[in-house]
Ligand binder design. Structure first.
Ligand code: ADP
Length: 270
C-alpha cells in the first residue's frame, strides 16, 4: 500500500515541472563552473602584478644608496600598481555584470551623448600617442538601457583601438540607424586581428599577444565586458578585421522604438 501511495504522489508531479527542475539544476551547475573558472583565472592574473610589486619593493630596498636606480624601480612599481588597479576595477565590473546584469533600470539613452563621453575619456591616452579620434555627433539614435554601461563598452573599444594602433593614426566612431538597429562602429587602422583570433578575443583574459597587452596596460577583460553589456541590451558585437590593416568593432543594439530584444551573443565576421 505504501508503495502505491508513493507512486500516486509522483504521478501527480507534471513531467514539465520535473524537466524544469532538472534544467534549473544544470543551469546552477553551469553557473557554478563559470564562477569557479573565474576565481581561478582571477587569482592567476592577480599573482603577476602582485609578485612583480613585491620583487620591485625588495629591489628598491637593496638599491637604497643609488638614487637613479631607486627612481627607475619606483617608476616600474607605479606602472605595475596602475595595472593592478585597472585589473581590480575590471574584475569588479565584470562580476557585477555577470551576477546582476549591469544595465540597471531601463532608461532612454542618447547614443550621441554616450559616444561623446567615451571619446572624451579616451582622448588623453590617444593624444599621448598622437592618435586623433573623429566622431560624428548627430545621429539622434536612442536605445533603452544603461547610459554608464554603454559608455564603458564604447570606451573599452576606443582604448583597444588606441592601444593596438601605431602613433599618428586615426580612430573613428560612427553611429547610424540601420532598420531596427542602432550601430556604433569603432574603426582603427592598427595591427588587426586574424580570423582565428577573432573567435577568441571575447574570452575572459584572452590576449592575442600577452606581452604586448601587458605593455599597453591591458587586462584581457575589456572585450568580455563589452560582450556582456551588449548582451544585456539585447544586442551583439561584430568584428571586421584584417591583420596589418586595422579593425572595426560594431555594436548593434535594438533601437528605442522597439522593446528590448532577447539575449544575443557576440559573433565574428571576416
Ligand atoms: P586587453 O585588455 O588585453 O586589450 P581585451 O579583452 O580588450 O583585452 O582584448 C583582448 C585582445 O584582443 C587584446 O589583448 C588584443 O590582442 C585583441 N584586440 C582587441 N581589440 C583590438 C584592436 N582594436 N586591434 C587589434 N587587436 C585587438
Amino acid at each position: 500500500r505504501g508503495t502505491l501511495m508513493v507512486q500516486v504522489r509522483i504521478a501527480r508531479v507534471s513531467p514539465t515541472l520535473l524537466l524544469l527542475l532538472a534544467e534549473d539544476r544544470t543551469e546552477a551547475r553551469r553557473l557554478e563552473a563559470i564562477r569557479r573558472d573565474f576565481v581561478v583565472n582571477v587569482s592567476h592574473e592577480l599573482k603577476t602584478p602582485v609578485g612583480a610589486l613585491a620583487l620591485l619593493a625588495e629591489t628598491v630596498e637593496a638599491a637604497a644608496d643609488d638614487p637613479v636606480a631607486v627612481r627607475r624601480f619606483a617608476g616600474r612599481m607605479q606602472k605595475e600598481s596602475t595595472r593592478l588597479s585597472a585589473l581590480v576595477h575590471e574584475i569588479i565590473e565584470l562580476s557585477r555584470l555577470q551576477v546582476h546584469g549591469g544595465v540597471g533600470a531601463l532608461a532612454l539613452v542618447d547614443i550621441d551623448a554616450v559616444v561623446a563621453e567615451a571619446v572624451d575619456r579616451a582622448r588623453t591616452t590617444a593624444a599621448a600617442k598622437l592618435i586623433s579620434i573623429d566622431a560624428g555627433g548627430d545621429s539622434g539614435a536612442q536605445v533603452y538601457g544603461g547610459h554608464a554601461m554603454l559608455v564603458t563598452a564604447v570606451r573599452n573599444l576606443l582604448d583597444n583601438a588606441v592601444a593596438y594602433s601605431g602613433p599618428g593614426t586615426h580612430v573613428g566612431v560612427g553611429v547610424r540607424c540601420e532598420g531596427d538597429l542602432v550601430e556604433i562602429a569603432v574603426v582603427d587602422h592598427g595591427i588587426g586581428i586574424s580570423p582565428d583570433e577573432q573567435r577568441r578575443v571575447f574570452e575572459r583574459f584572452y590576449r592575442v599577444d600577452p606581452a604586448r597587452s601587458r605593455d599597453t596596460g591591458g587586462t584581457g577583460l575589456g572585450l568580455s565586458i563589452v560582450k556582456h553589456v551588449v548582451a544585456d541590451h539585447g544586442g551583439d558585437v561584430v568584428i571586421w578585421s584584417k591583420p596589418g590593416r586595422g579593425s572595426t568593432f560594431t555594436l548593434r543594439l535594438p533601437a528605442a522604438n522597439l522593446p528590448p530584444g532577447p539575449q544575443a551573443s557576440a559573433h565574428t565576421q571576416e
